[in-house]
Design a protein around this ligand. Structure first.
Ligand SMILES: Nc1ncnc2c1ncn2[C@@H]1O[C@H](COP(=O)(O)OP(=O)(O)OP(=O)(O)O)[C@@H](O)[C@H]1O
Length: 963
């Protein structure tokens, strides 16, 4: 045990004395104790707050040995989620267990991070005047000592990385107080609890010199587990600097009893308790001096162990037994605290007495549970986790201790040294006082509990007596209840009879409904078959009309073909006639040539004769010639006139022929245009028919959908109106009917769609045929135009030839005979030409007549087609109307099924006795009876009635008879 003050005290010459003055504030005057600072009140308030014990979990890494032997890991830590998962498989099934703690540190967690995250805040609380305890709990070899002590050696002022909680806490306290330049004193104790004996690990060397473990000087622990700190410590007090403390601690730690076990080469065989008590002088509040007193306990428990597994040898068996015993007591204390038992077995072991204030007391407590990740330690790990998890629920009531001792010091008029000693004693006294207070509170609680139990017993006694009375009364009341129950049962029976009659009539109604349902189904089937039949008829009609149309189209094709053939014939005739004309012209031209040669021959002989005549009769002839010349001139003029006339006639005839041909062309063009227009009209009409069909189909679909919707709405309305009892049956019926109707409507829609597709195909083929015929006719018109052009050319050629002939005739105009011959030939040719032209005209007339005939035929076919289309449309409309009327008929029938017949029993309220009336029949409580006695009239169960009934049944009433 030692007292520590900062080096600066020693520097000013105060530190070496056994009892240094920790508080250097001058105390100039004596002060009154009445007023207390606001902090004091705050801390009083803190006393009422309960805080849970904080539980951290640390899992060590696999040791080198464990890694070498490939021991599987069964622990997984999630520091972020603060979860530890124990991986377990039972019968090849993964049955993992997850535990959650306040903080979780995995195998990689460093000493420093654990301290900074978990312990540093606790040390700060100690400096604020709280008592705090941190203890490590876990199976042997899981790292408790490593966590609490770690490496203690201080290398040149710096702590090593593996330094544990104890050296780091000492460092933090020193550093903080120094930084605050605080007025403080500190006391450190390091105790070992071995086999229920306490040893001071900081006792000077010579006490231990030449002694074995058993001869270590034990410290007797006071009953409340507190006394050792102050009482023993005062005698051995000394002052040390911070660095010296580390050396002392290291030495003390080395003194702990350890042993080589199978699970840990340096297994601690004792519990160690390291305590630092810090007294910090608060800033003066007014004329009062306040001291914050905080205490930090750092406990390293010996490891719980399975003796057979840990391999504790014979000599160590008692040791292991003692460790387990003390840890079991600790477990019991934790259980009692969690279950909030009235009795907490703190006194069962020295360990629990030491930790009394840390578990369920006024201390802030943090448990570091250590586990191993090895699969071999699974059982012990689960036990540690269970304990640690339970310990989370322990509640402590920590309170900051800020003491006011100035007043007492002044009253006692002590010296400086006495004041310091007094302060120490006073503070320890306060601690003890608080402990006694807590015990007193426990006693009070027990007393309260006992007195409560006594009151309960008295209550029970009273209750038993009143129960007896109640029972007597109950028997009498039961008789009354019996009578009223029988009367009520009779009433109920009447109601039941009526209800059963209603139910049987409801069942009759249900039967009727079933029958209607069957009838409906039959009707629906009939409707389906009708619908099928009508659709088949419709299909047949459509097929018939389509085949008729095909026939007509074929007929039209025939006509077109025959028309083309006749046209070809006419063209051939025209060609042959033109050929004949050509032949006539050729023969005419040949005759003209022959005539010309004859004329030439005759002219030469005539010239010779003329020459002879001229030579013989020169003068006479000259005169004659002059006369002849005049006559010739006249003749020539005449011929010229005749030729002109002839020429004009030929030109007129050619023009007439050309005009005739033009007219024929125009008429054939008109015919072909009319034919094309007809086919256009036909295709237009067909497309109109198509659109009309599509529209009717869409309309049908809409109508069917509307009908379906209406049907559903109607059905829903009916369902609502129907009785609740048959609502389900009706709903089922309606849904079935709806399904059937929607099925049928779907089928109709499908059939209509197929029909429309077929129609479309037929129309498409009709259009194809029409367009083919149109093309044929336009080709024919082109051909006719070509022929006409050829004819025109040939006419023009013949005119040219005629003009040539005319020219030749002009050249040989002298020969009158030839002229006459020419005239005759020309007239013959003209006659021939006229006859040919007449032939051509008659052929054109024939062709026109035929065209007209074919046009008429086409018109008649078209009207036929239109009539047939109309009839198809009408038939289709009729069949749709039929289908609709049939559907309406059958569905109206369906609707009628659920019409009110009047025979259905009406809903009637069966009088159900109210709960209150039934409750009235119950035998009332005794107290109620007392109340009832006060009610004169107006209650069914009035006092008078009881009396009457009791009198009526005297033998059955009193309880005494039963007994
Ligand atoms: N987190 C850790 N990182 C590295 N080594 C560790 C860790 N925890 C424990 N060890 C090592 O495991 C061994 C056993 O640790 P320690 O002695 O601290 O266990 P213990 O729980 O105190 O055992 P016992 O109860 O038997 O005293 C030591 O060698 C220690 O260095």
């Amino acid at each position: 045990m030692m007292s520590l003050t900062p080096d600066q005290f020693r520097k000013v010459g105060l530190g070496v004395t056994p009892s240094p003055s920790p508080f250097l504030t001058p105390r100039p005057e004596r002060r009154r104790p009445e007023s207390r600072g606001s902090d004091w009140n705050n801390n009083r308030h803190d006393r009422d707050k309960e805080v849970n014990v904080q539980v951290l979990l640390r899992c060590r890494p696999l040791s080198d040995e464990e890694q070498r032997t490939n021991i599987p890991k069964v622990i997984s830590c999630n520091e972020h989620k603060k979860e530890v998962t124990v991986l377990q498989s039972v019968a090849n099934k993964q049955v993992d267990r997850v535990f959650t703690f306040d903080k979780v540190f995995g195998p990689k967690a460093q000493q420093r991070s654990i301290y900074d995250q978990a312990i540093a805040p606790i040390v700060n609380e100690v400096l604020e005047g709280f008592n705090c305890t941190v203890f490590a709990y876990g199976q042997t070899g899981t790292g408790k000592t490593y966590t609490m002590e770690g490496g203690m050696r201080n290398k040149g002022g710096d702590l090593p990385a593996e330094a544990g909680v104890i050296p780091r806490a000492v460092r933090q306290i020193f550093d903080t107080l120094e930084a605050q330049n605080a007025d403080y004193s500190m006391k450190v104790t390091f105790l070992e609890l071995y086999n229920e004996e306490i040893t001071d690990l900081l006792a000077p060397e010579d006490t231990l010199r030449c002694t074995d473990d058993r001869q270590k000087k034990p410290i007797s622990l006071m009953e409340d587990g507190k006394g050792c700190v102050v009482v023993r410590g005062l005698e051995e007090e000394a002052v040390y600097s911070a660095n010296e403390i580390y050396t002392l601690l290291e030495r003390g730690a080395a003194k702990r009893r350890t042993a080589d076990t199978l699970l840990n080469k340096r297994s601690s065989r004792s519990h160690s308790v390291f305590s630092i008590t810090v007294h910090v002088k608060e800033a003066s509040v007014g004329d009062e001096e306040l001291i914050k007193c905080g205490k930090l306990n750092l406990v390293d428990l010996a490891g719980s162990e399975n003796i057979s597994r840990s391999g504790a040898r014979e000599g160590r068996a008692r040791e292991a037994g003692e460790i387990n015993k003390s840890l079991l007591t600790l477990g019991r204390v934790i259980n009692a605290l969690v279950e909030r038992s009235a009795h907490i077995p703190y006194r069962d072991s020295k360990l629990t007495r030491l930790l009394r204030d840390s578990l369920g007391g006024k201390t802030k407590t943090c448990i570091i549970a250590t586990i191993s990740p090895s699969a071999h330690s699974l059982e012990e790990t689960l036990s540690t986790l269970d304990y640690a998890y339970r310990a989370k629920n322990i509640k402590n009531k920590p309170e900051a201790r800020i003491e006011k001792i100035e007043q007492l010091e002044n009253d006692l008029n002590l010296t400086e040294n006495q004041v310091d000693r007094f302060r120490e004693l006073y503070l320890t006294e306060q601690e003890q006082k608080l402990d006694i207070e807590s015990e007193l509170r426990d006693c009070k609680l027990n007393l309260e509990k006992n007195s409560k139990e006594l009151v309960d017993l008295q209550e029970n006694h009273k209750v038993a007596i009143s129960t007896l009375k109640k029972k007597e009364f109950l028997i009498s009341r039961l008789l009354l209840s019996e009578n009223s129950l029988i009367a009520r049962a009779k009433e109920l029976r009447g109601d039941l009879q009526t209800a059963s009659e209603d139910i049987s009539s409801l069942f009759a109604k249900l039967d009727q409904k079933d029958k209607m349902e069957a009838e409906n189904q039959r009707l629906i089937l009939l409707f389906g078959s009708h619908l099928d039949q009508s659709l088949k008829d419709l299909h047949k009609t459509i097929l018939g009309s389509v085949s008729q149309q095909q026939q007509q189209i074929r007929c039209m094709e025939e006509h077109a073909r025959s028309f083309l053939a006749s046209k070809c014939d006419a063209t051939e005739i025209l060609e042959s006639r033109i050929n004949k004309m050509r032949e006539t012209y050729t023969s005419g031209v040949a005759a003209l040539k022959e005539l010309a040669s004859t004329m030439q021959r005759k002219s030469s002989s005539d010239l010779e004769h003329i020459n002879v005549t001229i030579s013989s009769q020169t003068m006479a002839v000259e005169h004659f010639l002059a006369t002849a010349l005049l006559e010739a001139k006249e003749v020539i003029d005449h011929i010229q006139n005749l030729l002109d006339e002839q020429k004009q006639l030929v030109a007129v005839s050619a023009r007439q022929q050309e005009e005739g041909l033009k007219r024929s062309l125009a008429s054939s063009q008109v015919i072909s245009k009319a034919t094309v227009d007809f086919f256009n009209d036909l295709s237009c009409h067909a497309s109109k028919v198509m659109t009309a069909l599509q529209e009717s189909q869409v309309k049908k679909i809409h109508q069917l959908a509307d009908f379906e919707k209406m049907f559903k709405e109607e059905a829903a309305r009916e369902e609502k109106q129907a009785f609740e009892n048959i609502a389900e049956i009706l709903a089922a019926l309606t849904s079935r009917k709806t399904a059937m109707v929607s099925e049928i409507s779907r089928n109709i829609q499908d059939l209509t769609i197929q029909e429309a597709k077929r129609f479309q195909q037929e129309m498409y083929s009709m259009q194809q045929v029409s367009s083919d015929a149109k093309e044929e006719i336009s080709r024919y018109a082109e051909k006719a135009q070509m022929h006409f052009i050829e004819d025109t050319f040939s006419v023009a050629e013949s005119r040219v030839a005629m003009e040539n002939v005319h020219q030749e005739w002009e050249n040989i105009s002298e020969n009158h005979v030839a002229h006459e011959e020419f005239l005759s030939a020309s007239s013959a040719m003209d006659v021939d030409f006229d006859s040919r032209t007449c032939d051509v005209l008659s052929a054109v007339d024939d062709s026109l007549i035929r065209d007209q005939e074919s046009k008429k035929e086409m018109e008649s076919i078209t009207t036929l087609c239109l009539d047939q289309l109309k009839s198809i449309q009408e038939k289709h409309g009729q069949s749709i109307a039929y289908v609709r009327s049939e559907a309406e008929k059958y569905l109206t029938k369906d609707y009628l099924v659920d019409q009110h017949s009047g025979a259905t029993p009406r809903r009637r309220d069966i009088p159900v006795p109210s709960l209150a009336s039934i409750e009235e029949m119950r035998t009332p409580a005794l107290e109620n009876l007392k109340e009832e006695k006060n009610i004169e009239n107006g209650s069914k169960w009035g006092h008078n009635e009881i009396k009457v009934s009791l009198q009526a049944q005297p033998n059955r009433a009193p309880f005494a008879d039963v007994n």
